[in-house]
Design a protein around this ligand. Structure first.
Ligand SMILES: Cc1cc2nc3c(=O)[nH]c(=O)nc-3n(C[C@H](O)[C@H](O)[C@H](O)COP(=O)(O)O)c2cc1C
Length: 220
């Protein structure tokens, strides 16, 4: 069984990446009759664009029907995910939504799988458990007030239709800087952020581990 984490954020050791790593650890530790392999893919390491509207994936009888025809760094990733047994998508929230890099990735991952028929039926090679893990600066009250949950539900809905209803984790009020004193950020209290990180972030990591484990259980 192979479980992937897709890091849609640029930082490889910060909040989003840590939660994704915890989810992979949870998956690897889950009881399973077969070995569970895990892999993290950092999208910011890869050179690619979003969908270019070539429509090769929809061309009748075309050799790329149902697949993205563009060849670039994302091609081997899309091939891997076609065989995946579970995927956790992670993103820091930028301007109220997922990063542009992750959105471009989703255009390439999902558009080819939707048939332009009455029901937008699916060409995804298999159903599999998925999860979305988000990290953001705002606290959970502001997340709701600013409508982030709703913004994010759009992409979750598309993934749900193709692969299966996703598990979702919103990690709020994250600690952004290694040293707050070095940055202009009077809007945020470093001590309040540090206290939240000490109490809440371990719980978020635990939740991420549970998400990874549940993915293995669901995929068996
Ligand atoms: C370009 C940019 C835009 C951001 N926009 C938002 C935002 O709209 N809402 C929010 O709560 N946090 C926002 N943030 C903060 C990040 O979402 C937050 O610090 C996140 O936890 C960073 O993830 P990382 O530690 O994995 O890099 C933004 C950060 C950057 C760099």
């Amino acid at each position: 069984m192979k479980i992937y984490a897709i890091n849609g954020g640029p930082r490889k050791k910060h909040n989003t990446a840590q939660l994704l790593q915890a989810a992979l650890e949870g998956a690897a530790a889950a009881p399973c009759a077969e070995p569970v392999e895990t892999e993290m893919i950092h999208l910011y390491d890869l050179n690619y664009n979003g969908c270019v509207s070539c429509f090769s994936c929809k061309r009748k009888g075309g050799k790329s029907y149902g697949h993205c025809a563009v060849k670039d760094d994302l091609t081997p990733v899309l091939e891997k995910l076609a065989q995946a047994d579970g995927v956790i998508f992670g993103s820091p929230i930028y301007f109220g939504n997922i990063t542009g890099k992750l959105r471009s990735f989703f255009e390439r991952l999902m558009f080819a799988y939707f048939v332009y028929d009455e029901n937008y039926s699916s060409l995804a090679p298999k159903r599999m458990p998925t999860a979305f893990v988000y990290t953001m600066n705002v606290d959970s009250t502001l997340m709701e007030q600013y409508g982030y949950r709703q913004n994010l539900q759009g992409m979750e809905m598309f993934a749900g239709r193709l692969f299966g209803e996703p598990q979702v984790l919103h990690a709020c009020n994250t600690y952004q800087f290694d040293d707050y004193s070095k940055y202009e950020c009077e809007r945020f209290s470093e001590s309040e952020k540090a206290a939240h990180r000490a109490v809440q972030f371990p719980k978020d990591l635990e939740e991420a581990r549970k998400i990874g484990a549940a993915m293995v259980t669901a995929g068996k």
